[in-house]
Design a protein around this ligand. Sequence first.
Ligand SMILES: [Fe+2]
Ligand SMILES: [Fe+2]
Length: 165
Amino acid sequence: MNIRPKVASAINDQIEKEFYSYYLYLSMAAHFESNNLKGFGHWLRVQAKEEAEHAMKLYDYLISRGGKVVLKSIEAPPNEWKSYKDLFEDAYKHEQKVTGLITKLVELAKRESDHATEVFLQWFVKEQVEEEANAQEVLHKITLVGTQGGALFFLDSELGKRQSS
Ligand SMILES: [Fe+2]
Ligand SMILES: [Fe+2]
């Protein structure tokens, strides 16, 4: 059975949110790379790439259910932050917001008795637990580091080791 228009439209909204996440993390990566903190830049680029993959997962699903993919314009992300800690606070808050959006999507699928979508979304439910934990972990570390140069360089080289999924 083809996907209902209401659910399809909500998935299209989520595709836009995932591409916005891609944009946001890319902007954050650029911020660090401009300041020669390439390890942070790498970590954020890997994160950005994952977000584009999330968008494509939703895109593929929508097509497999006979839905129409409707791409929307992507809002410009911020490009300046008061501090690195502020930047990761934004990242963490953003992931919490996305978790809320996924929860709403699951609720909609339930209301519409769309079990296939409900099952499909479980991957995103689990992924968001990881996404929040990852952002929170870096936020904790950057909070500890503060403005200590030595510790910042150490954290930079640690984050530079993040593997691409
Ligand atoms: Fe995502
Ligand atoms: Fe995310």
